[in-house]
Design a binder for this molecule. Structure first.
Ligand code: AMP
Ligand code: ZN
Length: 489
């Protein structure tokens, strides 16, 4: 059963929230631009892919049959996203004295490892640019045939001015073509392009280019924007539902994708453009080029001056879910520490809910609460509001445990299944305490607590203190209460 027409999404193209109506009833086609695999992914990249994983999960939760396509850019992405720099992968291969495909393999594996740790579900199709050279050449041919691209010295450029006679280049990003002219003309006066804002569909390979293919225009390689047009069209059709990526890809990448699709097929390729916002560090965008980054491993191990300790990927994912995907999120030790507390509170609530005793009457309207949770998610995937409702539920769970509120058996069951569905299935936040290494840790610490208890009974204060202090060194705090000793990690 699909709760159709309740979901609204913010379409970056129209600048409005719109009711989500897929092209094909009950089905969703979603394309998200994947990474350029020339270096390790940083946490900012991870945030974007985690945001779209949550969106994928919610669409599936609603009952849609989703085909999620996320590519791997393994050729054609030039430095500074321009048409002139060196290919990012070729450059890395040259510096490391490796085959480009060794670079691609190494960083693709890293990308998959990181996303697995964050509990992302793999996409349904993960196509590569190098695996779709023929499709890219065919689209370039079609664009030339339709009069929107020209060949020069073995390269093919998209003719933006020509396209703009009958279309609106800038429709997504809001950029004005006249401004683009005046900003770039003087800088690129010697360029072989007719106009500086024209972009490459195909580039002639020079001697530095390690990856190149035969084409009707000679040896070369495809332009970065063309791969996404080729792969989204191939797997999702000429018009599909959702296209996603980080905000920074709106221009030129997504603007050029629209232009290529329209020039090739005459059709608008995407119904809903979704753009995820940036993760910042010290108020500045996390970015490979400026070095203002944190790698996932540094986060997990705490091996960085930015953090007092390591954080589990599930806690980091919860931290990201606390912000709406279209809001900027700033990373800091304090924010992560606060999220860890919140995460623990939520997990404790989930643990407690199944041990509650039901009563004949409910003092809390669980059905209305479930409705509110769906409304939050239906409002452009608002996980921030959803989490505030989840904490309301935790409050009720604690009140029921203290006999300050009551729930019927049915309501208890609905509360239990719903809170778990939203936390585990929709937001993809794992429960660390059920993961194997955590339960082992719990067993070992409990064993030490028992040994400490024995030591105290034997008045061996030195041993008792040693156990407590050494655990503290490992950031494991013991707390003595009237019901015995507990610990926090
Ligand atoms: P790239 O490999 O550079 O093409 O980036 C892969 C994805 O990560 C793209 O969707 C980018 O928009 C996104 N991205 C890059 N930096 C950040 C950041 N600081 N926060 C969130 N997403 C980012
Ligand atoms: Zn793309």
């Amino acid at each position: 059963m699909i709760k159709e027409n309740n979901l609204t999404v913010y379409n970056s193209h129209s600048g409005k929230k719109e009711i989500f109506v897929p092209v094909l009833k009950n089905h969703v086609g979603m394309y998200v631009c994947g990474p350029t695999v020339y270096s390790n992914v940083h946490l900012g990249n991870a945030r974007t892919f985690i945001s779209f994983d949550m969106i994928y999960r919610y669409l599936k939760h609603l009952g849609y049959k989703v085909r999620y396509v996320r590519n791997i850019t393994d050729a054609g992405h030039l430095e500074d996203d321009s048409d002139d720099g060196e290919d990012k992968i070729s450059k890395k291969a040259r510096l490391e004295k490796l085959e480009p495909m060794q670079i691609v393999q190494h960083y693709t594996v890293d990308f998959h490892d990181v996303l697995r740790k964050f509990n992302n579900i793999p996409p349904d199709i993960e196509p590569t640019a190098t695996g779709h050279i023929v499709e890219q050449i065919n689209i370039a041919k079609k664009i030339i045939e339709n009069g929107f691209a020209y060949a020069i010295n073995g390269s093919i450029y998209f003719d933006v001015a020509k396209y703009n006679e009958t279309n609106n280049y800038g429709e997504l990003s809001g950029r004005n073509i006249e401004d683009l002219y005046s900003n770039t003309r003087t800088l690129e006066g010697q360029n072989e392009k007719k106009n500086p804002q024209d972009f490459a569909l195909w580039k002639k390979a020079n001697y530095t280019h390690l990856q190149h293919w035969d084409s009707p225009w000679g040896e070369g390689f495809p332009g970065w924007h063309l791969e996404c047009t080729a792969m989204s069209t191939k797997y999702l059709g000429e018009t599909f539902d959702i296209h996603g990526g980080g905000m920074d890809l709106k221009f030129p990448h997504h603007e050029c994708e629209i232009a290529q699709n329209k020039a090739a097929t005459g059709k608008d390729p995407v119904k809903y453009w979704l753009h995820a916002n940036m993760l910042t560090l010290n108020g500045k965008r996390m970015s490979k080029s400026t070095g203002n980054t944190l790698n996932p491993d540094e986060l997990f191990t705490g091996n960085t001056p930015l953090l007092n300790k390591g954080f589990h990927p599930a806690v980091a994912r919860f931290f990201m879910m606390q912000a709406h995907y279209r809001s900027v999120l700033d990373f800091s030790n304090d924010a992560l520490t606060a999220s860890e507390k919140g995460y623990q509170k939520l997990m404790n609530g989930i643990k407690a809910v199944d041990n509650l005793t039901s009563k004949k009457e409910s003092t809390f309207d669980v059905k209305a609460w479930v409705g509110k949770c769906y409304s939050a998610m239906d409002d452009d995937f608002n996980t921030t509001i959803l989490i505030s409702h989840l904490f309301d539920a935790v409050k009720i769970i604690n009140q029921v445990a203290d006999n300050k509120a009551s729930l019927t058996k049915d309501d208890l069951e609905l509360l239990s299944t719903s809170i778990k569905a939203f936390v585990f299935d929709v937001m993809g936040i794992e429960n660390i305490s059920t993961d194997n290494s955590s339960s082992k840790l719990e067993g070992v610490v409990n064993m030490l607590i028992e040994m400490r208890k024995d030591a105290r009974t034997n008045k061996d204060w030195a041993l008792s203190d040693k156990i407590r202090d050494e655990l503290k060194e490992l950031d494991i705090q013991l707390k003595d209460g009237k019901d015995g000793t507990t610990f926090t990690v």
